[in-house]
Design a binder for this molecule. Structure first.
Ligand SMILES: [Zn+2]
Length: 192
């Protein structure tokens, strides 16, 4: 049985509302699609912002498209420490009572009250993938990563099933570094 999934490392990035896009980049500004991402409809843009916290800032952070109903900043735990901001481990979209920070763009800045998260590691699967893997939406699995020097098994990996998804596991840069991932890597899904 095929139990392997492509592992993709998400670098720090920002999702913006239409309103915040205009504040940061100017009235009527539209995102410029630079490159399609693995999940259909999601894309990297040419737009960049600066993240500001009490202890530091990070410039040229990529904005992902399309715009969303809520602005969300996804950073690693290492980034959160360097910026001096609170960043809970959450699934994307689950931002109630999370930390905030300042976002700066070429036309203005925003004081975010919430929306800063460390994305909880997860696997995207289409309905057909889920059937093949014998997994359900919200199921929690282990994923084994085999690399030269730092092989490890990630626990607490949440499966997300949607007809529009394409099979991929998403982890952040801390997790990718912990597993010594360089280049294209497959993870082995282990049912719990
Ligand atoms: Zn994802």
């Amino acid at each position: 049985m095929n139990n392997k999934v492509l592992v993709e490392i998400s670098a720090r990035h920002v999702h913006l509302t239409d309103e915040h896009l205009e504040v940061l980049f100017g009235e009527g500004h539209q995102l410029h699609n630079l490159k399609e991402l693995s999940q259909p409809g999601q894309y990297a843009t040419e737009e960049r912002v600066t993240l500001k916290g009490p202890k530091g800032e990070m410039s040229r952070v990529i904005v992902l498209g399309p715009t969303r109903p809520a602005t969300q900043v996804e950073i690693s735990a290492t980034d959160a420490r360097a910026l001096g901001v609170k960043a809970d481990v959450r699934m994307s979209g689950d931002i109630a009572n999370t930390g905030g920070m300042t976002l700066v763009g070429p036309a203005g800045s925003i004081e975010l009250n919430e929306g800063v998260i460390v994305a909880k590691r997860h696997i995207h699967l289409s309905d057909e993938d889920a059937k093949q893997f014998e997994l359900e939406d919200q199921e929690v699995v282990n994923v084994k990563i085999e690399t030269e020097q730092r092989s490890l098994i990630f626990d607490d990996v949440v499966v997300r099933v949607n007809p529009n998804f394409r099979a991929a596991m998403h982890i952040d840069t801390d997790e990718g570094n912990a597993a010594g991932i360089a280049g294209s890597t497959q993870g082995i899904i282990i049912k719990k």
